[in-house]
Design a protein around this ligand. Structure first.
Ligand code: NAI
Length: 415
């Protein structure tokens, strides 16, 4: 079996880590049990470009239980858990991912997975999809799945340009993905990353959150819960008002730069904090990015402005400016929750990856019925994921009476 990982000797630790995550992924476990009996993915090869974490490992095992052959590479050079990669290889799944790999190796690994001959592509950020469209147009793909907001934006741009050559399911757009993973997962784990990198107290500090979408909402709420004063920076007036009514101060970039102690980007956009903001920030400000790509902080500009730069702690780099102010960057401006912590907890990835597994089955079942376009998973599957999660959490669902069903379907009766 062909593979490229850091150290196969780490497999034992990886197996334990996968087991621990699996215990909190009840919905995925239920799907895996059904897959084992029904084998809906028999004869299918899955090529996955995803964060190589213990939660992803559980998804790969569920797909294999459904009959699929699986090959996996990383969707970010800094997010691979090397022990998990080793455990998967030990279990017979080819993995091409080494934490800290260069950009060149990252793309070589994507090609290695494409060489495995995937029918369905699981992507997180659309890097593999882009390679499949720009360089490997001959690969016979029947469908793709996309995990994150940034990837969905790229896919919609491809569809608008008329170049998308197979159907793709925007898993991110399932309610049971973005309303939970992006909000609760990114919210908690981004702060976890900053805590592990810098071990600061959030209480009393001013945390600037750039972007008040699902991720920004989660980060702002969790920071507030830890006692921070939250400042939100937004370009969309509706989201900005929503932040204001949730009790956060809303400021433009320059004002936010002057007020903040900790800055976290979650926009999916480029150069959100740049020279004009670095020029205003206080000594000791901490900068982190939770968005998919490492472009939200203009670190090129910061590097040009700095007179010196040193690594202060494992995931914390200090840039000293000519006037003596020091700005600290977490995890090289890459996804802070995966670069400096372990990503989202399994409890929430459970729903995201249940959607992934069901979406793969849906693509196979749909055959040629799906157009080469960006699709959203049918609402009944989304609701089924939520129902199973609620059940696993010990919650009970109220059921509409016949009278209530009739009432909701009628328009004649008013007061
Ligand atoms: P979203 O589209 O719901 O929210 C993004 C927000 O940023 C929007 O409200 C937009 O108006 C705002 N924005 C855009 N440019 C801005 C600027 N220059 N200044 C201030 N605000 C700006 O997107 P979502 O789902 O919150 O995702 C954000 C990013 O996080 C994406 O790159 C996504 O792929 C990534 N992501 C990261 C995860 C992680 O594990 N760290 C998990 C899920 C998503």
């Amino acid at each position: 079996m062909d593979y490229d990982i850091a150290d196969l000797g780490l497999a034992e630790t990886g197996h334990r880590r996968i087991e621990w995550a699996g215990r909190r992924m009840n919905v995925l476990a239920a799907i895996r049990d059904r897959f084992e009996k029904e084998r809906p993915l028999e004869g299918i090869t899955v090529g996955a470009c995803m964060h190589v974490t213990s939660e992803t490992a559980n998804l790969m095992l569920a797909l294999r239980a459904g009959g699929a052959e699986v090959a996996l590479c990383a969707s970010n050079p800094l997010s691979t858990q090397d022990d998990v990669a080793a455990a998967l290889v030990d279990g017979g799944i080819p993995v091409f991912a080494v934490r800290g790999e260069s950009a060149e190796t990252f793309y070589e690994h994507i090609h290695s997975v494409i060489d495995a001959g995937p029918d369905i592509v699981f992507d997180d950020g659309a890097d593999m999809t882009t390679v499949l469209h720009k360089e490997r147009g001959d690969a016979p793909i029947i469908g793709g799945l996309e995990e994150t907001t940034t990837g969905v934006i790229r896919l919609r741009a491809m569809a608008a340009d008329g170049v998308l050559r197979y159907p793709v399911v925007a898993v991110n757009d399932s309610a049971t993905k973005h309303l939970f993973d992006n909000r609760h997962g990114t919210g908690q784990s981004s702060l976890d990353g900053i805590l592990r990198a810098a071990n600061i107290l959030f209480a009393g500090r001013t945390v600037v959150v750039a972007g008040y979408g699902d991720c920004g909402w989660g980060i702002a709420e969790r920071a507030k819960g830890l006692g921070a004063n939250v400042v939100v920076m937004e370009v969309d007036p509706i989201r900005a008002v929503s932040a204001a009514m949730n009790g956060h101060r809303v400021r433009d970039g320059r004002a936010a730069a002057r007020e903040g102690d900790v800055f976290i980007t979650a926009t999916g956009n480029i150069h959100v904090f740049r020279e004009e903001h670095f020029a205003e920030m206080k000594d000791g400000s901490i900068l982190a990015n939770a968005g998919h790509f490492d472009v939200e902080l203009d670190l090129g500009a910061l590097d040009r402005m700095a007179v010196s730069r040193r690594r202060l702690r494992e995931s914390l780099e200090e840039y000293t400016l000519p006037d003596g102010r020091r700005l600290l960057v977490v995890a090289e401006g890459r996804l802070v929750n995966l670069g400096a912590a372990e990503g989202h907890p399994a409890d929430v990835m459970d729903m995201s990856f249940a959607n992934q597994a069901l979406a793969a089955e849906w693509i196979v079942d749909s055959g040629d019925d799906l157009e080469p376009a960006v699709h959203v998973l049918p609402a009944d599957l989304d609701r089924e994921v939520a129902r199973l999660k609620l059940e696993a959490m010990g919650g009970g669902l109220e059921v509409l009476t016949d009278e209530q069903e009739r009432y909701l379907a009628s328009w004649q009766d008013g007061t």
